[in-house]
Design a protein around this ligand. Structure first.
Ligand code: URA
Length: 429
């Protein structure tokens, strides 16, 4: 047996040992090149789920995944780079107003983003609802957009060369029950964000029914691991823990969320979306070393100018009508009272069943599909009043979606709910 072989690495971790730097580098490199078999990597991932990894193992694992591809470098840009990553939630369209807002504040925002899977939507799916908009941007063009003081933000698909080890490993974890491991999740997310070349990063770690992590303790653990990885790699990193028991805003679905984001950029939009956009923007601007209040930049229309320029730079037409679903159906309140619960997971499932999301990678999405929310927790409703509107091109989906929505709402006769805070914690310098 040689010093480095897959079986001894698996058994070391299986028995609770700590992997050496050399073992980690070897196994990630071998897996990327197809020399460590999928079944061996699956066994190792399961051993990590079971035994965990130390801070230094996780840092080395992350570096090895970054080294499996290209690390981008934007240090020569004339403005500071800063990005945001959300762990995903229902109605989470925050990147859409946030990226142009932070660019309008004077930073460059290089965001490599993903498509949605399951009940949470993907930022690229939302932007692709804009006629003409293209997710693929070559690196030299990305650099030009970021350097342009009238644009400064690019949200695009990650190229095949960005942390390819993570791409392969995440696909394997998805089908082997090995996603749920804090070190594996933290290293997966942070390898992509560090490789993207941003100098600073704000993480929005969602907590609640519609989030990947259901408990505050779990979210805090993940956030801490990611902040440590970013900091150790020289990326100034802060994490906010934010609530995801109720969907963000009043729309879940691709084109519906673009329309709501444009409302925010125009100075309106739902209060929670505005609050979270400004809170994250203030963190990003501070990490970028800029002294400007994003609220002023939102109010004076500059963020909207950057949005329009950013959409055009990727082939989109900001004034083109957005796709509209062919069919709508309404869910009405069954009694008088106060809406005390609008469950994010239920709304996400309904939007997904209506066609806004995909079950498997590569499936198409319906851009017009989704759920509009006419009432949010704390609002009074009367029997028969429309609470939710479902949008789809496939009316057979209404039955399953309305069942999910009916289970997602609670109306109480005499309730005085106290507003739940949106920001639940902050980790980082
Ligand atoms: N998102 C990622 O990119 N990786 C994970 O492991 C989980 C969520």
């Amino acid at each position: 047996m040689t010093a480095l072989d897959a079986v001894s690495i698996i058994t070391t971790k299986r028995d609770g040992g700590e992997l050496s730097d050399a073992q980690i580098d070897w196994v990630i490199d071998g897996f990327t090149r197809g020399e460590v078999a999928d079944e061996q990597m699956s066994a190792l991932a399961m051993a990590i789920v079971w035994r965990g990894m130390t801070r230094s193992e996780t840092a080395r694992w992350t570096s090895a995944m970054i080294a499996s591809g290209q690390r981008m470098d934007f240090t020569d840009l004339p403005r500071p780079t800063v990005d945001k990553h959300s762990t995903g939630g229902v109605g989470d369209k925050i990147t859409l107003p946030l990226a142009p807002l932070v660019a309008a504040c004077g930073a460059a925002v290089p965001q490599l983003s993903g498509r949605g899977l399951g009940h949470t939507g993907g930022t690229l799916d939302k932007l692709e609802a804009i006629p003409g908009w293209q997710a693929d941007v070559a690196v030299p063009r990305m650099r030009d957009i970021l350097a342009d003081p009238g644009i400064g933000a690019v949200v695009c698909a990650a190229g095949a060369d960005l942390a390819p080890a993570d791409k392969r490993l995440y696909a394997l974890r998805d089908v082997t029950g090995t996603v749920e491991s804090i070190p594996l999740i933290a290293s997966s997310i942070m390898s992509k964000k560090i490789a993207e070349g941003t100098a600073a990063l704000v993480l929005d770690v969602k907590v609640g029914s519609g989030a990947f992590l259901k408990t505050l303790d779990g979210a805090r653990e993940l956030a801490t691991a990611m902040v440590e990885l970013g900091t150790d790699a020289g990326v100034r990193t802060v994490a906010l823990l934010t609530a995801m028991d109720t969907p963000l805003g009043r729309a879940a679905g691709n084109a519906l969320e673009v329309a709501e984001s444009v409302e925010v950029l125009a100075g309106g939009g739902p209060a929670d979306v505005v609050e979270l956009t400004l809170t994250l923007a203030r963190e990003m601007v501070a990490l970028a070393g800029l002294e400007i209040d994003p609220a002023d930049v939102l109010a004076d229309g500059k963020a909207m100018d950057h949005w329009r320029a950013m959409v055009r730079a990727q082939g989109g037409e900001p004034d083109a009508p957005l796709p509209i679903a062919k069919h709508t159906e309404t869910v009405r309140a069954e009694s008088d009272g106060v809406l005390t619960r609008l469950d994010a997971l239920g709304v996400g499932l309904a939007a997904w069943r209506l066609g806004a999301g995909r079950a498997r990678q590569g499936d198409p999405v319906q851009f017009g599909a989704g759920v509009e929310m006419h009432a949010k927790p704390g609002d009074s409703v009367s029997a028969g009043q429309p609470m939710l509107t479902m949008h789809t091109d496939t009316p057979a989906a209404f039955a399953g979606a309305s069942a999910a929505l009916r289970a997602a709402v609670t109306v109480e006769a005499a309730a005085t709910p106290s507003p739940a805070p949106l920001v639940l914690g902050r980790i980082g310098a």
